[in-house]
Design a protein around this ligand. Structure first.
Ligand code: FAD
Length: 381
């Protein structure tokens, strides 16, 4: 691609404007986890994304779509790729009376929610700090509050999707399921129409226990209360790691019409998750409901630090060595436990992607990226 960079830049900028295709190595590197980015393209709207993709397709270059780069699966990776970033796609239009919003895919969910406080509305699923709406849909990332609010399909009414040829498609209602978890292999999630809820005051409680069995018993009772939003369990190692006593800590978020109390308990869960993700051998388990206790026991026996969302069955663990990491993976495979997130496998977990998901992505690619330019390291035709 090296030889055609300036020609490509010129053609993209002719279509979407000067300064929107950047080949400066330092800037490109900031957007590229593996430092292999050759050019950064920054459209500001769905139409600009469509124009840019049609040019990129014509030049047949490897393209990786990027939100904020927060995915546990490390998003996309390709040799000498062009990064098509949604970071300048930031338009937001809120309809207060209908409790809906039209938003561009590059909007970060937590920032969006901060802005919504003014009008007493909220989007309940936030996944990870920094995650964009496009990234949330593309990885089908789970959220702790799913135990109460259900998954993303309950909250997204419509998606504008741009194929790699630059065609714009609108998916509505149940059709959106097709592109949820599509990991940028078939096109760009460019705009969404989402539902919002009334903002409630959140309260946080933290209880400590000597054994995880005791915390599980308590969690079951609290989980049945209608006001409970999430239940996060920190094991003893993680508790120590983030400066708490060496006990099991159960952090509970509830929606209550009272003043906000103990918000720092919410912070503990964030710090714990960050701590797990920093680990070189971080693993993200998604057991079925009846498998949660089993995997917790497994991690306990091996003294592996973890925090577990007890309401939506997701566990972030941080084994200390490659051997411990590999045995976690082996254990998960043997026991049919999903790893690498609900659906976002990315470059890191590509080799563990189930056949069913590979087939789904190949079908999507054949339909919307027949020239095979998008996220080809993950799925290729
Ligand atoms: C409880 C919990 C569960 C999580 N589960 C997962 C998980 O299952 N898998 C996972 O990877 N991360 C997971 N995360 C991490 C993170 O929240 C999500 O990956 C996040 O939504 C990524 O958003 P991003 O904008 O940073 O995407 P990026 O990291 O930039 O991209 C992630 C992937 O999505 C694609 N993508 C991004 N934006 C678009 C777009 N607009 N159109 C098309 N494709 C796009 C990229 O090509 C890449 O393949 C989880 C976090 C939490 C707290």
């Amino acid at each position: 691609m090296v030889g055609m960079v300036s020609e490509l830049k010129e053609e993209i900028e002719k279509k979407i404007g000067k300064g929107k295709a950047i080949e400066d190595w330092k800037t490109c590197k900031k957007y590229s986890r593996y430092g292999t980015c050759q050019m950064l393209v920054l459209p500001q709207s769905t139409e600009e994304a469509a124009s840019a993709l049609s040019v990129l397709n014509k030049f047949r270059v490897n393209v990786v779509i990027r939100g904020s780069g927060a995915s546990v699966g490390h998003g996309g990776e390709a040799a000498n790729e062009v990064i098509l970033s949604t970071s300048n796609m930031q338009e937001v239009r809120v309809n207060r009376s209908k409790r809906t919003a039209l938003i561009h895919a590059g909007v970060e969910i937590s920032k969006f929610n901060s802005g919504l406080r003014e009008v007493n509305l909220a989007f309940p699923l936030e996944a990870y700090r920094g995650a964009t709406f496009g990234g949330l849909i593309a990885t089908n990332a789970e959220d702790r509050r799913q135990m109460k609010f259900g998954d993303i399909t309950n909250w997204v009414k419509e998606i504008k999707f741009v194929s790699s040829r630059g065609e714009i498609f609108i998916f509505k209602g149940k059709e959106i399921k097709q592109i949820i978890g599509s990991e940028g292999v078939a096109g760009m999630i460019a705009e969404l129409k989402i539902k919002l809820k009334d903002l409630e005051r959140l309260t946080y409680e933290m209880k400590s226990f000597e054994s995880f069995e005791m915390s599980f018993r308590e969690a079951k009772e609290i989980g049945e209360l209608p006001q409970t939003n999430y239940l996060e369990l920190l094991n003893k190692n993680v508790s120590r790691l983030i400066g708490l006593k060496s006990k099991y800590h159960l952090i509970v978020e509830k929606e209550q019409r009272s003043k906000v109390i103990n918000k720092k308990y919410n912070l503990y869960t964030r710090v714990a998750i960050d701590e797990m993700r920093r680990g070189k051998y971080f693993v993200d388990f998604h057991p079925a409901k009846n498998g949660l206790k089993k995997i917790v026991k497994y991690l306990e026996n091996r003294k592996i630090p973890f925090c577990a969302s007890l309401g939506n069955f997701s566990i972030f663990a941080s084994p200390k060595s490659k051997r411990a990491f590999e045995s976690c993976i082996k254990y998960a495979k043997k026991n049919g436990i999903k790893i690498g997130g609900a659906e976002g496998y990315g470059a890191k977990y590509r080799k563990y992607m189930p056949q069913k998901k590979i087939s789904k992505l190949k079908t999507l690619k054949a339909l919307y990226d027949p020239e095979n330019i998008l996220n080809t390291k993950l799925i290729s035709l």
